[in-house]
Design a protein around this ligand. Structure first.
Ligand code: GLC
Length: 743
């Protein structure tokens, strides 16, 4: 039936174009808004409703009669998900939909490089385009409020300024391919436990200073073409149809002209969906069978129920036309734009991009006794220990799970790097999660192990004593209650008895490097007994190569932590104040109230306010060279409201090899009528320096960088008085400060 309509549509088009010239909506020389108006004027009520909800698991209708194509969505933020069946999560069984897994977004954030972020977006956008997708369901930018959140690995850390700065180039890179990015999960989706029923309670100042900035930058600076409502609730309304967040803030305050897409199953009510800002409904859990519908998708909240309200006159067409216009704008920006590039899949450039993102995102946390980089002149016998050296991490973890063309595992990467120059031996060390399957994609690995933990540790210690150097590769994985969607961790500790293995190895051989693979902070009780610690993220297809690049010095590490590593959960505001996971209501509803009691004091803001020394601080990351910072200077002693000030600092590479340093700018407002954090990140610059080279790094900031959000006046306020600009190598490593006055 659809094919006939489509052909009829094309014939009608041919007829029309033959006679009255190209209709406006098909005329590429016309402004897009005129084309949209023309298309809308030709659509029936039914056609307008039809494009507002899914027709399959990942697609929604176009207008076949007018030759307007369907909308096809794909996960996820780290790579293009394999094709699933029309109406199932399970695999469609294609043989040409393997992809490249790019490093998780925590790694991108840890690169602190806007250039790398643009490369990331361009590369993954080209893969989405090649697979003919309209919308890439990513990036995610929810703020890291608790280290237990299962999806932090998909996001960009604890600081709003870092997340806001890093999300913009990614989105621009994706959309330059004519594919829409879909920034998610908007908003306040900061834990996975009870994600469908948690009603977040948070004050406006915290909302605007911490939880909105990354989304605002995505919308107002990167011009994201779509945004995904979150599953949870705010002010007792689900975020997929929420008056305050979607209408008042997103569409009215920020002027968002794109499409609000529901999370899959995030819509729950027709009237709210109509009036509270939802434009495109996916994944609803309506049971078409129960209602006897011929097509389950007709029972979606914005399907037949909406039509009935329209036909009965109970609702007008104002919202309908606005929603349809937004969906048409998405289609005209993407599949109706004939000048889109064609994309590419699994190209050498993309593999090189994935490797570079990993190389620049890995964080060298500790390097005593210069254990690193491992020198193959001295080291001839390398022992690799740990399940994460051999376990595929691209399968699992929820909707960001992928079917990769290849995944270089840490052990593979190490072997490839040292081939012929050193002997590499591997022992398991511990057993974690031997499974490897998600929605029908399997790793094919056999990780079965019958020996006991004691036997595995004894073997590892025995081998460690014989080795010149030991590399332990552990951390978390993508299984439930680890770094995984729809569940949270239950503690900060490393799982599977890894602490005991690490302690034993540290005693057996001082030349031990611990490589922690995770998307969250973990407790490191052994940190003082280990000479070298590397934070490697879920690095995707090129994981082993990036890890080897850093371990053996082919690359000089330049990553900095995008979140704090606390020594215990008790040093995290959300947990110290018992503000997680929330309190179940006693009114018979299934809702849970979760009050963000720590307010703006998230991450290093909490640690510094309470003088808590973290295991490793936000912004921390070492290099194989050293950097000296000169004195910070400002071009003005005082500035007036609306003026800018420029802070400069000379940075010198005082070591033996080239390296990159992330110079950070924090602002303090020591005397203010409201409580403010000790300091807040308001600028960063990643500079590359040759040995002996000096560059002067400058930051020009305006009074917006001095402001706090005054909830009563509902506006940003920069209060006159003294401010301090801190130039730092990490949040706990301020190198130089300069005072100035705001008039
Ligand atoms: C999932 C996730 C969302 C994903 C969507 C489609 O539940 O919350 O991030 O894009 O559904 O898989």
């Amino acid at each position: 039936m659809k094919i006939k309509a489509f052909i009829a549509g094309l014939l009608a088009l041919a007829a029309m174009s033959a006679t009255a010239g190209t209709p406006i909506y098909l005329d590429e020389s016309q402004p897009i808004e005129k084309r949209i108006d023309d298309a809308l004027s030709r659509m029936t009520l039914e056609e307008k409703v039809k494009i507002l909800h899914a027709q399959s698991k990942f697609s929604s209708a176009g207008v076949p009669r007018l030759g307007i194509p369907e909308v096809w969505c794909t996960d996820g933020p780290h790579g293009i998900r394999p094709e699933v069946l029309w109406d199932e999560w399970d695999q469609a069984g294609w043989t040409n939909d393997s992809c490249i897994a790019y490093p998780a977004l925590t790694c991108l954030a840890a690169s602190w490089s806007k250039e790398v972020s643009g490369l990331y977006g361009k590369s993954i956008g080209e893969e989405a385009r090649y697979r003919n997708k309209t919308v890439l369901l990513g990036p995610g930018v929810n703020i890291y409020r608790t280290p237990l959140n299962g999806r932090n690995f998909e996001y960009m850390g604890e600081d709003p300024y870092l997340s806001a700065s890093m999300v913009v180039p990614y989105i621009k890179g994706v959309q330059q391919n004519g594919v829409a990015a879909c920034v998610k999960h908007f908003a306040l989706n900061n834990n996975e436990v009870n994600r469908h029923t948690t009603n977040v309670i948070v004050d406006d100042r915290t909302l605007y200073e911490i939880y909105l900035p990354a989304f605002k930058a995505a919308v107002t600076e990167a011009k994201a073409w779509t945004i995904m409502g979150a599953y949870n609730l705010y002010r007792d309304q689900h975020l997929c149809h929420n008056q305050y967040i979607l209408n008042d803030i997103l569409k009215n305050e920020w002027g968002f002209d794109g499409v609000v897409v529901s999370d899959w199953g995030g819509a729950h009510d027709t009237n709210q969906a109509i009036t509270n800002g939802l434009d495109l409904e996916y994944g609803s859990w309506t049971n078409g069978l129960k209602l006897g519908k011929k097509n389950a998708y007709d029972s979606y909240f914005l399907a037949d129920p909406y039509l009935e309200l329209l036909h009965s006159g109970k609702v007008g067409t104002k919202e309908l036309d606005d929603k349809a216009r937004r969906v048409l704008r998405l289609i005209f920006r993407t599949s109706m734009n004939r000048n889109r590039p064609f994309g590419s899949l699994c190209s050498d450039e993309h593999y090189a991009a994935a490797r570079r993102i990993g190389d620049e995102g890995i964080v060298l946390l500790k390097n005593n006794a210069s254990v690193l980089p491992i020198s193959l002149d001295k080291v001839k016998r390398i022992l690799v220990v740990g399940e994460n050296a051999i376990k595929m991490m691209t399968v699992g973890g929820g909707s960001s799970s992928l079917k990769v063309q290849r995944e270089v595992l840490p052990l593979d990467g190490i072997k490839a790097m040292v081939a012929g120059r050193a002997e590499v031996k591997y022992v398991r060390g511990y057993v974690g999660d031997i499974t490897g399957e998600y929605n029908g994609v399997t790793t094919g690995q056999d990780l079965n192990e019958s020996r006991s933990a004691e036997q595995l540790i004894a073997e590892a210690v025995d081998e460690a004593r014989k080795a010149d150097c030991v590399v332990f590769v552990g951390g978390l994985n993508k299984s439930e209650h680890q770094d995984c969607e729809d569940s949270d961790r239950t503690g900060l500790e490393l799982p599977y008895g890894q602490d005991a293995v690490i302690e034993a190895l540290a005693k057996a051989n001082p030349n031990l490097v611990v490589v922690n693979i995770s998307g969250n902070a973990v407790a490191m009780p052994w940190a003082n007994n280990v000479n070298a610690i590397v934070q490697a993220w879920y690095l995707g297809s090129e994981a082993g190569n990036s890890i080897a690049d850093v371990l053996f010095g082919a690359v000089n590490p330049s990553g900095k932590l995008p979140f704090t590593f606390p020594t215990s959960l008790n040093n995290v505001g959300a947990h110290r104040l018992d503000a997680y996971p929330g309190i179940k209501r006693t009114d018979g509803s299934q809702y849970i109230d979760l009050e963000y009691k720590e307010g703006i004091y998230v991450g290093y803001r909490w640690a510094e306010k309470n003088k808590l020394k973290p295991q490793f601080a936000f912004g921390h990351g070492l290099s194989y060279t050293t950097f000296a910072y000169g004195k910070a200077t400002a071009d003005k002693k005082t500035i007036a409201q609306g003026e800018t000030i420029t802070v400069s600092v000379p940075v010198t590479n005082t070591g033996e090899r080239e390296g990159m340093e992330v110079v950070q700018l924090y602002i303090s407002d020591p005397k203010c009528s409201v409580d403010r954090p000790v300091k807040e990140l308001k600028g960063f610059e990643k500079v590359s320096l040759k040995p002996g080279e000096t560059k002067t790094v400058t930051f020009t900031i305006g009074t917006d960088a001095l402001s706090y959000f005054d909830a009563q006046r509902h506006q940003w306020v920069a209060e006159p008085g003294q401010f301090v600009a801190h130039i730092a190598a990490a949040s706990d490593d301020v190198r130089s400060s300069v005072k100035f006055e705001l008039k």
